[in-house]
Design a protein around this ligand. Sequence first.
Ligand code: B12
Ligand code: SF4
Length: 456
Amino acid sequence: MRNLPRVVLYNPRAVFYTMPLALVALASALDRSKVDVIIIDGRLEADPVRTVAEAAKGALCVGVTVLTGAPIHDALAVSRAVKAVAPACPVVWGGWHPSLFAEECLAEPSVDIVVTGQGEDAFRDVIARLIGGERVRGAISRPMQDLNMFPAHDYSLIPVERYFALKRARQVDYISSQGCRFRCAFCADPAVFARGWTGLAPERIGEEVEHLHRRHRIDDLAFQDETFFTHAPRVDALAEQFLRRDLAITWTATLRADQACRLGDDLFAKTVRSGLRRVMVGVESGSQEMLDRLRKDMKLDQVRQTAEMCTRHGVGAIFNFIVGFPGESEASMRATLELAKTLRQSNPGFETPIFYYRPYPGNPMAEQSAAQGYVFPRGLAEWADFDYVGGRGPWMTAEQWRTVERFKFYSRHAWQPGAWRWPLRATSRWRCRHDWYAMPVEKVIVDFIRPPQQVS
Ligand code: B12
Ligand code: SF4
């Protein structure tokens, strides 16, 4: 029996069942002839705090991945419980929130070490120093390394079948690149990865995916990359890999509209032959002026061309929108609703979710908002309560918010298939066509029968 130092890694609870790729990446990069690693996912545990506290007894350290918002509640509860049962066990936080607020996280007595940015190298270093008996404290950061330098992600570290059951699909989440070269004014990526980008070689992805396919009988792959289609030749080689290996899988990925246009029809067709079934496109706004303000570096015409390309090749798409930016005009919001409607009705395979802008930290737009008087949460407890679902920022009136909520309801139902839905579909279509959302009787009834989901 092995009696190796134990490293415990924790993924806080969240709303979806995306696999805890950050923890799989960290654990896979450790030398497991020297340490045992346990990954605990709050979404799979009845009492995660207790499970982690138990596992922490006698452990070398506990690592927690932390996103801004509700996951901080969970991360704090777990870290404090660890300190209560094992005061000498170092607690390491990493991920997006600690990368943006290292000092604030270190001010929390239950957090000893914070890793910012890419984690593999830095965490390896922390573990080596802890094994060596060193007392490690403070913020640690390492330059971004080429992902090809790290070993393959070892999915046997997580109960893959349980995720399949919860997702109701034999779908594996996979990350093939890290970082992003773009500069959108509302996004944290440019701050966390300094506009760096690193991606796995296509042959390696092909090999790993074939292995996952054989071992776990997967039929779908969800690329969780920020910008999957960054380099056309890489996309081409990857599609080639999937085709050559004759993998019977479909896949999904993020796609910027400008990249879709640069990719061109032939290469897009090849990705479809290799299994591409759906893309997620961050459109953000239906107003070119707003897109320019957001530094999206994308034209509305490219969005239209992307939609046409998807339709031509039978690829589904989720076009994401955001409304309620600081200083956004009524006309800009209307343009967004209009574009969402146009896309939604052009293809039953298109979805057009609309989110409300919340100033997620670490970018020029959030800084501008602060300079103009927006009061950001202070300290971890307040960031934990930072609500991202449904809540609107102070830049929208209650009336605008009501209109958008109604629009979201009617545009969703207007083009939703299902025979029994036809009366709701018919009235919803009529409303969308006439832009008439007053007296939303249907919405009141549906919300009463099936209250909108609240996320804790
Ligand atoms: C999957 C995902 C989710 C999942 C979470 C799944 C989970 N594990 O619990 C779900 C769908 C729930 C989700 C929700 C949201 N997400 Co999200 N999500 C992602 C996504 C697409 C992939 C994450 C991932 O697995 N990456 C792969 C791993 C390998 O990379 P990584 O997480 O960065 O980890 C590396 C380092 O950060 C570091 N590290 C990470 N954790 C740790 C821990 C330790 C101990 C150490 C040492 C190092 C370390 O090392 C890792 C390896 O290098 C990212 C974008 C991206 N590509 O990263 C956005 C992203 C993390 N999400 C983001 C946002 C904005 C959201 C939402 C607000 C979206 C929305 N509008 O609804 C919500 C709210 C989150 C919340 N408050 O609950 C932002 C970050 C915001 C922030 N400041 O936290 C990102 C970056 C997207 C973006 N560019 O805006 N998300
Ligand atoms: S929104 Fe997407 S494209 Fe823009 S900087 Fe962030 S990750 Fe990159």
